[in-house]
Design a protein around this ligand. Structure first.
Ligand SMILES: Nc1ncnc2c1ncn2[C@@H]1O[C@H](COP(=O)(O)OP(=O)(O)O)[C@@H](O)[C@H]1O
Ligand SMILES: [Mg+2]
Length: 367
């Protein structure tokens, strides 16, 4: 496919139009993707199970329904939705592991279901719940195997592994047997193994699951660095909202396999939840009833007060705080993304079928 794109680099060449046969306009194009699974419901009990051998009952699981979006090269996009929303299914379709029931998918100009070698060399799929490292051998063995599988020339391999070793701090890890590594260390090696062929498209499915906060942060730093250095496109699912907030300017949100939001993460926060969190460091204690008069109290102790207030009330509340309390410090923030998402799902469900998600059921519980 011939593609036209504008150069945005040196000013002398600005406006030059390159025609490339390799780089498609969108890195990922998904049009009306639908994926259904046929599942055999096995009834409980021996007799019923035997009977079901003769008259099998199938049910259709509607994992993805009429989903459309496009992602441009170099974007970092968060792919969000409660557990069972269809995220992993979509990533598997994009990687060519599953065939769509209906709809058209193009990834880096390829039809993923053909699993062409050229396509496989451009992508990687990392699943936090699955591992490709060989358990009893050191990660370097898996790296060497992947080098051979992806046919990476030795000098390119030297360069890429040097970079990955530095960025991920692998020097001491890569030669220990995988089973001796901590989860976080293993995940770093998993990422390295998945990136040795320097893919341009990264499908990351819960890459930070189970990692502690500092390891999550270092993974995020690495993903960003890889994206910026190589202009790689990143589509990331994570139920740690901090990952998404820190990495992805854009989010695609699905629920029950259907798109419910695609766009700017900040705009989503504004659209869904205009409330603000006002955090006050108190120079002198405040009576609970005085705090409650100003807004919804989220946290309160002698030295700290956190209030949730609507955008409209914000100015008045801040003035009242400063006028009536001894304030050492004050900050105003958006509520955590997880609250924003919970409200978005509740709104979309009550809008579509009047069946709002229970308030106590957080995105974390479901993911
Ligand atoms: N191999 C499968 N066979 C049958 N149903 C499946 C299969 N994989 C996933 N599903 C179902 O499809 C829906 C979407 O699952 P999934 O894509 O894993 O969601 P997510 O990654 O957002 O949690 C769920 O209802 C899940 O139970
Ligand atoms: Mg999943």
């Amino acid at each position: 496919m011939a593609t036209v794109y504008h150069d945005d680099a040196p000013s002398a060449e600005r406006g030059t139009i390159f025609v490339s046969t390799e780089v498609p306009l969108s890195a990922i194009e998904v049009e009306h993707l639908t994926k259904h699974y046929q599942v055999h419901r096995r009834p409980a009990g021996f007799v019923a199970a035997v009977r079901s051998l003769f008259s099998r009952k199938f049910e259709t699981v509607h994992a993805v329904e009429d989903l459309s979006f496009q992602i441009q090269p170099g974007e970092r996009v968060g792919f969000l939705g409660p557990n069972g929303a269809g995220k992993t299914t979509t990533l598997k379709v994009l990687s060519g592991l599953l065939h769509p029931t209906a709809g058209v998918v193009r990834v880096a100009g390829h039809n993923p279901r053909k699993r062409e070698v050229e396509f496989l060399k451009k992508i990687t799929l990392v699943m936090g719940q699955k591992q490709q490292l060989l358990w009893d051998l050191p990660p370097v063995e898996t790296f060497a195997m992947n080098r051979a599988l992806y046919d990476v020339p030795r000098d390119a391999y030297q360069e890429v592994s040097k970079e990955l070793y530095e960025l991920l701090d692998l020097e001491l890890l890569a030669t220990k047997p995988t089973r001796q590594l901590s989860l976080g260390e293993r995940m770093k090696c998993e990422l390295a193994a998945a990136l040795l062929h320097r893919p341009k498209l990264l499908f990351l499915d819960e890459p930070t699951i189970g990692l502690d906060v500092s390891m999550q942060a270092s993974m995020r730093g690495f993903i960003r660095e890889y994206n910026e250095r190589h202009g790689a496109t990143v589509l990331l699912t994570s139920h740690y909202m901090e990952d998404v907030a820190a990495l992805c300017p854009r989010v695609i949100v699905i629920d029950h396999g259907r798109l419910i939001y695609d766009g700017d993460l900040k705009a989503l926060t504004r659209k869904v939840n205009p409330d603000k969190l006002v955090t006050v460091r108190l120079a002198a204690p405040v009576a609970p009833k005085d705090a409650a008069r100003l807004g919804q109290v989220i946290e309160h102790d002698e030295a700290r007060l956190v209030l949730r207030v609507t955008q409209a009330e914000l100015g008045g509340v801040v003035s009242a705080l400063l006028a009536t309390m001894r304030v050492a410090d004050l900050s105003v923030e958006d509520p955590p993304l997880v609250d924003v998402m919970r409200q978005l799902f509740a709104e979309s469900r009550s809008g579509s079928n009047g069946n709002a998600m229970p308030a106590e059921e957080s995105l974390e519980d479901r993911a």
